[in-house]
Design a protein around this ligand. Sequence first.
Ligand SMILES: Cc1cc2nc3c(=O)[nH]c(=O)nc-3n(C[C@H](O)[C@H](O)[C@H](O)COP(=O)(O)OP(=O)(O)OC[C@H]3O[C@@H](n4cnc5c(N)ncnc54)[C@H](O)[C@@H]3O)c2cc1C
Length: 480
Amino acid sequence: MGSVSDVYGTLREQLKGSSAEVLTPDSEGYIQSIQRWSEHNVKQAHAVVKVASASDVSTTLRFVKENGIPFVVKGGGHSTSGSSSIDDGLVVDLSKLRKVTVDPESKTIKAGGGTIWEDVDVEAARYGLATVGGTVNHTGVGGLTLGGGYGYLTGKYGLTIDNLVSVDIVLASGEEVVASATSHPDLFWAVKGAGQNFGVVTAFTFQGHPQPNPIFAGPLIFLPDKLPQIVEFANKFHTKNDGNQALLMGFSAPPPANAPVVLTQIFHNGTEEEGKEFFKDLIDLGPIVNAAASIPYEKLNSLLNHASGFDGRKQFGSGAFKLPLNPDFVVQLHADFMAFVNTHERMNESLLLFETIPYGKVREFGEKGEAAGSFANRGDYYNVATCFKWFDPKLDDEIREFSKGLLRNASQSAGVEQDEKVRSVEGVGMYGNYTNLDVDAGQIFGSNAKKLQELKHKYDPDNLFSRGVRLVPRSLVVVN
Ligand SMILES: Cc1cc2nc3c(=O)[nH]c(=O)nc-3n(C[C@H](O)[C@H](O)[C@H](O)COP(=O)(O)OP(=O)(O)OC[C@H]3O[C@@H](n4cnc5c(N)ncnc54)[C@H](O)[C@@H]3O)c2cc1C
């Protein structure tokens, strides 16, 4: 291999004629191109290749393979695990692939591999359609979909992958293929849950659904003394919802007051009148802020954007909980969480989030055999997540450990052992998109991990896509 500049000069030459850009540290736009949602994932890549087509991806993959260059793929840049950034390697940046097209006849939505959810929500809404997108619309379609995908519409339509019709994917070999239920079905199975490990998806085709407007949604913010009654409401929500509602409940101490509050976000897919009736008992508790309103669907996933800014170091963690929850138990969790946050500097925007998103459809898809894909978090429980935000790098390790302990505790009700190495597919109790890179494939994919290792051997035998969850080809598995 020649000098770094010679090597990337060669790649520029190979991409000549396309509108791809190869940015190196001296290029205009390089600094912006290495920014990520979490500050601690800003890494000094040797080159960022902004590809503009599947053929550019193919050229770039062949190039990195030939030159033995480590690389990552970047969609929306929102993973907190660092799997889309790299020091001293190359980034395949998909941000030029932002096109969304809708076929009104089949009601399908085709989204470029680098789109964010806002692109999809807005374009689909022009046709009166929607699919299951993330709850913060600047999140990437790529990472969220390939790891599963939960959203407000999950109660009605399952996970994002349950609405995936096909992907256009460039394999480690550089070959461009379409994976669907009928074309490379084994690859399609793998992509639905473990997609980051199998190739670069340059386009996703989703099934859209007619989405009437407006919907009723927004935040209700409470003082912590209301927590026991909020938990009682969540307990009733579990049996009362019909899949058209969602309830997020979070602990935090956000600005401007920086004082502890219980944040709830409510959603009803219907009219304001119906929504107010459904959430009446919660609204009657007297929130200090009530901004729930009737809004067009395409605004729904922007409601939490202001609370999800790009500053600071961030770290997600994942667990599971079952309703009903004991209010005293939740009050204690709140106290443990706030005690940690209050005794560490500038952590007040951290969040412990109970995502009460109905999971009946997620489980139903789980019974569809192959169609369920490799995703293995389809259990009889909801997700609980930590999202820590801080600024001092010295706190990194302490926060990671605290998060694990807190989630282990918060997950008691689900009866899923957080430390178990290999879990059943019935429900691993951990959402891959909220985990870090220190978990084993078995913890995320349960007994699907074995089949995934076989398919890695078939589609990526040299383990080129190795920067996400530790999933290796069968031939490279080390048995201890
Ligand atoms: C503010 C915020 C809100 C969130 N809300 C939700 C939510 O409502 N529901 C939910 O399910 N999750 C949610 N998440 C979690 C989210 O699913 C993950 O953070 C996900 O990794 C983000 O995808 P990305 O493309 O933005 O990230 P990136 O960091 O770009 O990518 C994540 C991983 O996917 C790979 N990847 C991305 N695009 C492609 C592609 N086209 N082809 C191949 N590999 C690709 C990357 O290589 C990397 O390994 C949220 C995250 C944040 C930060």
